[in-house]
Design a binder for this molecule. Structure first.
Ligand code: SIN
Length: 555
């Protein structure tokens, strides 16, 4: 089956929904998502959205906090633009119906998080992401130009280079013209034809054993883009949130940084505080510092966790300010008004991603990316808390404006439809060995946690690289032999994402921000700080990378 729409949007978090809403006034939209419409990382965002809203704050201050957290890798023009344009986009969200917590009838309650020199985080209690997601979904459902395809998973981007062997992936003449998509209910592969493709599939926390992310975070956008020849940047910078609930059934439930913003303290088992030994901002130091400090203290003491103490706050204030966290912790047997919470770091945010310019445009014309899927230059080597929703909002707005402008310059959809072939599943049959998928999935997540976590070394990274190359071979064989399922596609995507994180980490022979390696414990400040850019411009299917493309790769 072929379906043609002007705009194809993959992903239904803040970035995908914002883009879809804005372009729908100018053309038809297919909004494609592999789960229920509301299931995205956005809906789980607790802390909030950082923006300059207070009188004692300024764009310059927010810019300098972001750049300070980003450890020399932020792109200043991008930082400035996103921060400057943020308030207007937030006002649009409010006009659409988003309700952020206020102190009285007029003023917003602004909270503080690590690395921010001012209170500037707008929030809706501790369910900010859900409030935004709810608002955008209501608006999208009201827009007749948007067709929604839930439980449909993107397989591959269709590009000119797929259709013409003379065009190399990501090279001159290449452009995005569609998507192959698996209908999870029927197993059918649908050919979506479009003039513009936006990747907004969120992050890749599921690449690690412990993560605050939902199950959908399998690096889909990055893997699809990489296979198409798009440039992928700075994947070595994976942010670990310092405080996730330590409980076997809690699935690394996030304990918002806003709790430390309201005075919460990190303590060891014996009650001692320790963050003052690591950073002048103590518990409100940037995340890379706090996560590493906790990791260090846990290794030193042999304890399984540290503790977050908010018992200084009055009980009713905790219940009012953090109702969702309070209720969830209570369901696991912890009353945070009376006792410190056991917490551990867990994988939280992919700071690298598909490389885009300030309009969300990748190096492949008509292929855009926004939100956690992309690397715009805002986050650098370490994302400042609550800057991500802001980035998705502004970048999707800018990408929409650019994409609308491209509509007129594109051949008609029927011309494209004629030249794009339907998916060919070859001689694939039903799998009788699904255990391979669950086993490999598990192995990747464990090896990433053990060898490519908060503290790295060359030895661990080489070991991880060898294992992932073997797993990729196995996955490739499985992929071509058996009918596609969501699980197979996700496995292939996390394996590719893991490989990109490992290669990025091996390329960066220094410690900077979220990438810390025992072999190069200091930042290399001898020359300009470089981005790690990986591009697979030679092949469209999964492979391990030819060694010569990684010049510093000394296995
Ligand atoms: C949090 O609430 O701590 C998460 C906010 C973020 O990751 O930006």
């Amino acid at each position: 089956m072929k379906i043609a729409r002007d705009f194809l949007v993959l992903g239904s978090g803040l970035a995908g929904l914002t883009f879809a809403l804005k372009v729908a006034k100018y053309g038809s939209v297919a909004l494609i998502t592999k789960d229920a419409l509301e299931e995205s990382a956005t809906r789980y965002a607790q802390g909030g959205i950082a923006s300059v809203m207070a009188e004692d704050d300024s764009v310059d201050l927010h810019v300098s906090d972001t750049i300070e957290a980003g450890r020399g890798l932020c792109q200043e023009d991008v930082v400035r633009c996103i921060i400057r344009e943020g308030p207007a986009q937030i006002r649009e969200l409010i006009q659409l119906g988003a309700q952020f917590t206020r102190t009285g009838s007029k003023d917003f309650h602004l909270t503080r998080e690590g690395g921010h020199s001012k209170r500037r985080i707008l929030h809706a209690d501790d369910l900010t992401g859900w409030e935004i997601e709810r608002t955008l979904i209501a608006a999208v459902r009201n827009q007749p130009n948007i067709d929604i395809y839930t439980f449909h998973m993107g397989i591959d981007i269709i590009t000119r280079s797929n259709l013409d062997p003379k065009i190399s992936p990501g090279g001159p003449g290449d452009e995005a013209v569609g998507l192959y998509v698996l209908d999870e209910a029927t197993g059918e592969v649908i050919t979506f034809v479009g003039k513009v493709v936006l990747l907004a599939t969120g992050g890749a926390g599921k690449v690690y054993l412990y993560t605050s992310n939902p199950d959908t975070a399998t690096g889909d956008g990055v893997a699809l883009a990489y296979r198409s020849g798009a440039k992928i940047a700075n994947m070595e910078f994976f942010q670990f949130h310092p405080t996730c609930l330590y409980h076997p059934q809690a699935k690394s439930f996030l304990i918002s940084e806003a709790m430390r913003g309201e005075g919460g303290l990190l303590r060891l088992k014996n009650g001692d505080t320790f963050m003052e030994n690591y950073h002048p901002l103590g518990c409100l130091a940037p995340r890379d510092v706090v996560a590493r400090a906790i990791d260090h203290e846990m290794k030193k003491s042999g304890d399984d966790c540290v503790y977050l103490d908010v018992t200084h706050m009055e009980g009713y204030r905790i219940r009012e300010r953090f109702p969702n966290i309070y209720k969830t912790c209570q369901s696991f047997g912890f009353d945070m008004t009376q006792q410190p919470l056991p917490v551990v770091p867990a994988a939280h945010y992919m700071c690298g991603g598909v490389m885009v310019d300030l309009n969300g445009q990748t190096n492949i014309p008509r292929l855009f990316a926004s939100g956690e899927t992309c690397y715009s230059g805002l986050h650098g080597a370490n994302r400042l808390a609550s800057n991500s929703l802001l980035e998705g909002l502004v970048l999707s707005h800018r990408a929409a404006a650019k994409a609308i402008g491209l509509l007129q310059l594109t051949p008609g959809l029927s011309a494209l439809q004629e030249i794009i072939p339907e998916w060919d599943s070859g001689s694939a049959v039903e799998s009788d060995e699904s255990v391979v998928v669950s086993h490999n999935w598990d192995e990747i997540r464990r090896l990433m946690w053990n060898y490519v976590g908060i503290v790295r070394s060359n030895k661990r990274l080489y070991r991880a690289r060898r294992r992932i190359a073997m797993l990729l071979e196995e996955i490739k064989e499985y992929y071509w032999s058996f009918n596609l399922t969501k699980d197979t596609l996700e496995l292939r995507n996390i394996a590719i994402t893991a490989q990109l994180i490992i290669h990025g980490a091996l390329e960066r022979q220094e410690s900077r921000g979220l990438h810390f390696t025992l072999d190069f414990p200091d930042p290399d400040n001898k020359g300009p700080v470089k981005n790690t850019v990986l591009q697979d411009d030679t092949q469209r299917l999964i492979t391990s990378k030819p060694a010569e493309q990684f010049k510093n790769d000394r296995a």
